[in-house]
Design a protein. Structure first.
Length: 223
């Protein structure tokens, strides 16, 4: 059964509702995952920025995009989004190392920016977003060779989840993923350890606002 958002019904959004603005460096998988929740309930409005192929999706490049879309200035009088008090901004990044090690200091800059700006947050997965997807179906951290490589995590997710992770239906298990990811979360040198992700913090923001919808769907598919 494909659990598309059609199961939730379309409810007219209200600008009085809290908005969550998500900026992901991944152009497809992350976008498709969070899109699942976008139209579930009028109490939450999720905007996932869709990166264009020509845009800089490095950590600092993504931060610059977010600032341009959110922050109103004299030089930027009409930002893309109408950010108001109570809204949240989330930058979603991979820890994945690069050959010249230029990525790490960029992530530090993004982290500092988010820590010093109210309602701006950084969610990191080490080494990649597939760590978060893995915890939708597994409660313990896996042990395998080359666990610091994204390609090996992608292979693990495809093998350990029947049919691979499907963003049309598997995000429904966001509460389970949050619980599993949080229980296995560790930090090393002020960043998530390998096999850890704090995307559960973003999930903990999303889930309470859509929990009644999710509970209904889960009940329907188990009956």
């Amino acid at each position: 059964m494909i659990l598309t958002n059609r199961l939730f019904g379309r409810v007219a959004p209200s600008r009085e509702a809290k908005s969550i603005y998500i900026f992901c460096e991944g152009k497809e998988r992350e976008f498709d995952y969070f899109k699942y929740f976008r139209e579930m309930d009028s109490r939450i409005k999720i905007e996932i920025y869709k990166l264009h192929s020509h845009e800089d999706n490095s950590p600092t490049g993504l931060l610059s995009i977010a600032e341009r879309c959110i922050i109103k200035t004299d030089e930027n009088p009409n930002p893309k989004y109408n950010f108001i008090d109570g809204d949240e901004v989330w930058i979603v990044l991979d820890v994945d190392k690069d050959k010249d090690e230029s990525r790490a200091p960029k992530i530090v800059l993004v982290k500092e920016r988010c820590e010093n700006t109210e309602n701006w947050h950084l969610a990191q997965s080490n080494p990649c977003f597939e760590v978060w997807l893995y915890y939708h179906f597994h409660s313990t951290k896996p042990v395998f060779a080359n666990s610091d490589k994204c390609s090996h995590w992608k292979r693990l997710v495809n093998k350990s989840i029947n049919g691979g992770f499907d963003s049309r239906k598997h995000p429904i298990y966001i509460e389970t993923a949050s619980r599993n990811a949080q229980s296995n979360f560790e930090t090393v040198e002020n960043k998530p350890n390998i096999g850890s992700t704090n995307i559960y913090e973003l999930a903990n923001t999303i889930f309470p606002l859509v929990s009644s919808k999710i509970e209904k769907v889960l009940k329907d598919i188990t009956e």
